[in-house]
Design a protein around this ligand. Structure first.
Ligand SMILES: [Zn+2]
Length: 248
């Protein structure tokens, strides 16, 4: 992962899966505490302590045993702990995982320290379901959206994407239109459509060497569709636009 030059005091880490979010949080925590030249160097003492999970200035907040929620009491004790200076590092890093386990009261209790906590305090909120967090939490954090993991890619969608690309490359308007009508009937969600179009783009890109003109046009159109697909405009709309662009 490439880290930004200056670190924000709060990040909301979403996407990926629970373990890739945890890895990302550990890397960021090491970057805050690293004493090497290019944080996180991975070899200085603080970096090694963070990696081993034994750095005293990295504090994990998770639901207590037998509980599914992070309680308001936990959020309040985080808040008062944040005003106690770090033990040995230059920062104190709080990793809240999963952040959506905070109930509404706990999220509210966290807001103030998130906005105006002491300068050495840093907060890493990990969320698989960021929609469960208050808008005010989102707005106080910088967003880190991790890419989907290999296993999260749906092979059926990928296959459909490859088929679509081949039809578009072949330039057979009728066959492509039939295929798109079938896809439209599947009521795909925005993220699914984006994945399908992504697979189609990869397939089209493979044809660039043999058929530069047509393949480039297909790649360009698919790229634009994906950018819009995440806003969920509906598969019919996106595919209609694809047809209009490539067969006019
Ligand atoms: Zn280091």
């Amino acid at each position: 992962m490439r880290l930004p030059h200056t670190l924000s005091h709060a990040y909301l880490i979403t996407g990926g899966n629970a373990s890739s979010r945890a890895d990302c949080a550990r890397e960021l925590a090491a970057a805050y505490l690293c004493t090497g030249e290019r944080p996180p160097c991975g070899s200085c003492l603080p970096c090694r302590k963070v990696a081993a999970g034994i750095h005293p200035d990295v504090v994990y907040i998770t639901p207590l045993e037998d509980k599914s929620e992070i309680s308001v009491e936990q959020a309040r004790s985080l808040r008062s702990d944040a005003y106690v200076r770090p033990n040995e590092g230059k920062r104190k890093v709080y990793i809240i995982d999963p952040a959506e386990a905070m109930n509404q009261a706990a999220q509210n209790a966290l807001l103030k320290v998130l906005e105006e906590g002491p300068p050495y305090a840093a907060f890493l909120l990990l969320a698989g379901q960021p929609g469960m967090l208050l808008d005010t939490i989102h707005s106080r954090c910088e967003q880190v959206a991790l890419p989907p993991q290999e296993g999260q890619r749906d092979p059926e969608l990928e296959e459909k994407g490859v088929k679509l690309a081949r039809l578009l490359l072949a330039g057979d308007e009728l066959a492509a239109a039939e295929n798109m009508a079938a896809l439209e009937g599947e009521k795909l969600k925005g993220t699914q459509l984006a994945q399908l179009l992504g697979a189609a783009e990869e397939e089209a890109a493979r044809a660039l060497a043999q058929r530069p003109g047509r393949a480039a046009a297909v790649v360009r159109a698919l790229k634009r569709c994906q950018e819009n697909a995440v806003y969920n405009p509906g598969a019919g709309h996106v595919l209609g636009w694809l047809t209009a662009t490539l067969f006019s």
